[in-house]
Design a protein around this ligand. Sequence first.
Ligand SMILES: [Fe+2]
Length: 380
Amino acid sequence: MTNLAPKFVDYSGSRFSGKHTHGDHSLDLWEPMVMPKEAIDAEIERLASLPKPDNGVRRSRFVHPRSVNEKAQSWAPGVDVSLDVLLPGERTRAVRQNSSVVNFCIQGGGSILQNGKTTHYKQYDLVTTPSMWVHEYVNDTSEIQVRLRYSNGALLERLNIHYVDEAPPPHGSSVDDLTVTAAEEGEWHHSRFGAFQITDDGAWLMPYEGLVNPPPAKIVSKHWPWEKVRNELDRYAQGLGQDYEGRRLYLLYDPVTGRSNGTTTNFFATITNRPAGISDRPHRHASAAMNYYFAGEGHSVVQGKTYPWRAGDFMFSAPGWAIHAHTADKGPVYELTIQDMPFCINTDCLLWQEDMKGPISLLGSHAGFLTNRDQLAKAS
Ligand SMILES: [Fe+2]
């Protein structure tokens, strides 16, 4: 330890971080970036050619140049994404960590063993791994398996709290299999161990027993098979028509995330079917967005700059609060979008502007936005 001393920094007269002068607040966005399919294919080949690592993990993180010299090497400030490869017959060693994961299989297939339960997946299936679940990836097929793995580990690394346990307890033995009696649940949800209200406008006090025993949510892994998602999405998207102003997507929703609209407690995953010629209206949101395109081609305009893309490309498509719009030039475009929207809703910071001439709303606390879907339905 070096001799460090705390200090004061004068923020008087300014509400912005130290490097900005008074009233001159500019966003310091990590610029959008496309990792092209060719680079991804070459990296898959390189990972496949390595001697098998001890823990079985053949993994490369997508790293934004803005994060290269930091402890958390990531694709967006709070989101790390990796390209994971498993050869036929390989499996990774068991691990658990306090970040949660969205797995999206982009090539081949296989299975994941999580807390003793096996989930088989194929190309474009999505499987979640909750925080602190013991898990092992398996390639029980004859083809190379490739996954995109999204996690909030980068955020936890920036907070110095990312816990990764490479010698976890046996499957199913950890607290995530906790069963709660009805009496305990009643206690949790109603009295909160003697918590009580002290002011008329709703300020409460809670003793320590409530503090260290919050009501547990039953967060379990979920699997969205592409075949089922695609059937629903195609039917839905075709019914929307050319004049629909919303996004032609389905959120892969886990109801345990409630009002935060999550696939995990940190991320939503949506899959969009974007017909050729369809453009979004320019819009922005505090959540950061990244798109993996797996059919079609098109372009995005982000903060006034154009970025072309096509199937197999991976894009940091919308840094938080960047104005952006995506257009399909050859369709249909299928894209997986991951955003840290649930994290933003749970921390009550999700500013959203659906139309650049319209209002900014704090989604989750203030009124949200409508589309013209009902009007179109009435007119037809
Ligand atoms: Fe967006």
